[in-house]
Write a protein that binds this ligand. Structure first.
Ligand SMILES: Cc1ncc(COP(=O)(O)O)c(C=O)c1O
Length: 389
């Protein structure tokens, strides 16, 4: 007799990106009508050659095959603390960082450190589906905080305050946001911080896309607060900024007690992040500042090209919000986002994520990862959307 599955995991939705990818798997796309993949956010450019060469060289060293310190190599932790302090004007210490196998893992271990089954975590909606999936599989309730187009998809701290119960442990924010692209103003982040601090909650801020914020200056002042470590848990990814999602490196910045708890979770899950990946991340932090800024400028050009190309379609596919890597749009195909996304795949050879992957009430929405494709491809995508009836 087959053993029963963990009902919590059994009830978690199937990985949405894999589902969308399955719609086009095995199909042939002629050269003059290529598949346009705007589904999973993956930088449309390769790793910097010197970064890849550096990682390859490191792979040839005996050290590469050995276990690494659980919380990351001391060089990478120190470099991450330096970079965090440079970006935010903060004074984070290396001991207040942890290196993980990607930012998704950073989120899982942060949640494990802060909450347990039966607790509640406030999640703005639409949410990043893996954030919700993680809560579901751990038996933690997601308290939904709806984001509204009239507020540019930025969540409201007062509405969050009304959701807090004795079981609430944390508030999760993603800025620039996945899926909406919204970049949260520093004042809003501060208001969420003040709320969390006053109510004894953690504020988890996933800043996977922070390197693509066009404005200069720190995205917020949270880490400059002398008491930041009592409240703030910052998550970061090397995947997008350095175009290395396959090398699986992410990070957490948090107070020492949270990092100590995370160390136990990491030891049980992956023991350590892979060594060549950590070497690549360190190389990126130390050497690729200007490469990273050029890519951020390219991302702005992609966003501008996408907006311009979509303008004639504003009545059928209005952009609700856009930034970072994503444009969150309405679609004209009725109240079933999954069916709409499937139509795009079948009829227009465009892969995009249905709004329903990001939570309830999103059936009229579709997410385009415009960051994946060059401007001429964006124009091609729009021509195909235009041809759909
Ligand atoms: C908000 C957010 N967090 C985390 C991740 C995962 O990043 P990583 O590749 O570092 O696990 C993504 C990837 O799409 C993301 O959009």
């Amino acid at each position: 007799m087959a053993s029963a599955l963990n009902p919590l995991l059994d009830a978690v939705e199937a990985p949405p990106v894999a589902l969308v990818q399955s719609w086009t798997a095995g199909r042939n796309f002629p050269e003059d009508r290529p598949l346009l993949d705007l589904a999973q956010a993956a930088p449309g450019w390769p790793m910097a050659t010197d970064l890849a060469q550096h990682a390859a060289t490191k792979l040839m060293e005996p050290e590469a095959g050995r276990y690494q310190p659980i919380l990351g190599t001391s060089a990478l932790r120190a470099a991450l603390a330096n970079e965090t302090n440079r970006v935010y004007g903060a004074s984070v210490k290396a001991e207040e960082t942890a290196i993980t196998s990607g930012c998704n893992q950073a989120y899982v271990v942060a949640i494990m450190a802060l909450a347990r089954a039966g607790d509640q975590v406030i999640l703005p909606a639409p949410w990043y589906f893996n954030h919700k999936m993680t809560l579901d599989m751990l038996g933690i309730e997601a308290a939904m905080l709806p984001c509204r187009p009239e507020n540019a998809m930025v969540p409201d701290p007062d509405a969050a305050a009304r959701l807090i119960t004795p079981r609430t442990r944390a508030i999760v924010l993603v800025t620039p946001n996945n899926p909406t692209g919204a970049i949260y103003p520093a004042a809003i982040l501060q208001a969420f911080h003040d709320l969390a601090a006053a109510r004894g909650l953690a504020l988890i801020v996933d800043e996977t896309y922070r390197d693509f914020i066009p404005s200069e200056g720190p995205p917020h002042a949270l880490l400059r607060d002398p008491a930041w470590s009592e409240t703030v848990v910052q998550l970061y990814s090397f995947s997008k900024a350095y175009a290395m999602p396959g090398l699986r490196v992410g990070a957490v910045v948090a107070g020492a007690p949270t990092i100590a708890a995370i160390q136990k979770a990491l030891d049980s899950i992956a023991i350590c992040a892979c060594q060549p990946g950590q070497a690549a991340a360190l190389y990126g932090l130390e050497r690729l500042g200007s490469w990273r800024r050029e890519r951020a400028a390219e991302m702005q050009a992609r966003l501008a090209a996408f907006r311009e190309a979509m303008a004639p379609l504003a009545d059928r596919f209005p952009i609700i919000s856009a930034g970072g890597f994503f444009a969150y749009c309405r679609h004209p195909f009725g109240d079933d986002a999954m069916a709409a996304a499937k139509r795009l795949a079948d009829e227009a050879a465009i892969m995009a994520m249905p709004g329903s992957a990001f939570g309830p009430g999103q059936e009229r929405a579709i997410r385009f990862a415009f960051g994946n494709i060059a401007p001429e491809r964006a124009r091609l995508a729009v021509e195909r959307l235009q041809a759909m009836t």
